[in-house]
Write a protein that binds this ligand. Structure first.
Ligand code: PAF
Length: 286
C-alpha cells in the first residue's frame, strides 16, 4: 500500500515554524536523527519516539563532517522518495531534509568535541567521526527544539557521546536509546549492509554470534582477555579482517575492563570489523 508522504521541510526556519505550532498546542515533540537509507531499525526508532511524544520528526541528512575524505560519503546510499514513503507508513509527522548549505553556511567554523568517551574504539579508528556527529546532533537538537530524541543502541558509543554532550551543554532534551533491530539470523540492521555481497551477507552472522559467545563467557565469570581473543579468532575464521576492535568496556564511559573477570561492573562488548570492503559494527550488553 502506498501512503501519502509526510510534510517535508528543508530549512531551519520552516522546521521551527512547524514545531512552534505544535508547542503552542501543548504537544510534545520527538526527533529521530538519521542519515536516510531507512530500514526497519530506523522505523523502530520512530515507533519508540511516538511512545514518548505527540509529534515525531525524522531528519535525513548525510552529514559530510562525520566522514573522512577516504570514506563512503559519496557512495552512501540515498533515496529520499523511498525514505519519505517509509516515514509516512510509520506515521511520522515531519521529515526535515536540509541541504549541506543549510546546515553548514559558508564560513561555518564551530565544532563540538566531546573528550573521553569519544576517544577509544570508533574515535581511534575514525578520528573525525564523533566531532562531526556531535556538531550535527547539537545543531539538530537546537534546530528542532525537541523534547526527546531517539538514537539506536546499534551505535552504542555514539549514544554515550550524545548523552555526555547533552549533559555537559545542558541541552533541554531527553535522550532515549533504542534496542538494536536485528535480522532473523541476528545481524544488526544497518544501511551499510546493502554493500555486502550474498556470500558476505551469509558470513556476517559470525559478528553477532562472536559477540554473544564472548558476552556469555564474560558474564559467566570468564576472563575478558580470553573472551576477546576467542571472539577475534572466530571473526577471522569467518573471513573478517582487519578487525578494528572487539573489546569489553565499561557500559557508561567505555573505559577498558579486564584483562581478568569483570566482577560486578556494568559492561558492554563492542566490535568493528571489515568484511571485504564493508566495515560493520555491533555491540551487546554483558
Ligand atoms: O547514526 C546516524 O545515522 C548519524 O551518525 C546521526 C546520528 C544521524 C548524525 O549524523
Amino acid at each position: 500500500m502506498s501512503h501519502p508522504t509526510p510534510k517535508i521541510v528543508r530549512t531551519v526556519a520552516d522546521l521551527r515554524a512547524v514545531v512552534r505550532g505544535w508547542k503552542v498546542a501543548g504537544e510534545r515533540v520527538a526527533l529521530v536523527p538519521t542519515m536516510g537509507a531507512l530500514h526497519q531499525g530506523h522505523l523502530s526508532l520512530i515507533a519508540l519516539g511516538q511512545t514518548h511524544a505527540d509529534r515525531t520528526i525524522a531528519s535525513v541528512f548525510v552529514n559530510p563532517r562525520q566522514f573522512a575524505p577516504h570514506e563512503d560519503f559519496d557512495s552512501y546510499p540515498r533515496g529520499e522518495a523511498r525514505d519519505a514513503e517509509l516515514l509516512a507508513g510509520a506515521g511520522c509527522d515531519l521529515l526535515f531534509a536540509p541541504t549541506v548549505d543549510e546546515m553548514y553556511a559558508p564560513g561555518f567554523s564551530t565544532a563540538v568535541q566531546v573528550s573521553g568517551v569519544s576517544e577509544p574504539l570508533e574515535g581511534a579508528a575514525r578520528p573525525q567521526f564523533f566531532g562531526g556527529v556531535a556538531t550535527v546532533v547539537a545543531k539538530l537538537l537546537i534546530q528542532a527544539q525537541a523534547d526527546v530524541a531517539v538514537f539506536g543502541e546499534k551505535d552504542y558509543q555514539q549514544l554515550q557521546v550524545i548523552r555526555r554532550m547533552v549533559r555537559d551543554l545542558d541541552l533541554p532534551v531527553e535522550i532515549v536509546g533504542a534496542p538494536t533491530a536485528r535480522a532473523e539470523d541476528g545481524l544488526a540492521l544497518s544501511s551499510r549492509n546493502a554493500y555486502l555481497t550474498a556470500p558476505e551477507r551469509a558470513a556476517a552472522v559470525a559478528l553477532p554470534t562472536a559477540l554473544k559467545t564472548a558476552a556469555r563467557a564474560v558474564a559467566a565469570g570468564g576472563r575478558v582477555d580470553a573472551a576477546e581473543a576467542a571472539g577475534q579468532a572466530a571473526l577471522a575464521a569467518a573471513g573478517f579482517g582487519p578487525i578494528d576492535y572487539l573489546e569489553v568496556r565499561d557500559a557508561g564511559d567505555l573505559s577498558r575492563l579486564g584483562p581478568g573477570p569483570i566482577g560486578a561492573a556494568d559492561a558492554r562488548i563492542l566490535v568493528a570489523a571489515w568484511l571485504g570492503k564493508t566495515r560493520l559494527i555491533d555491540n551487546m550488553a554483558i
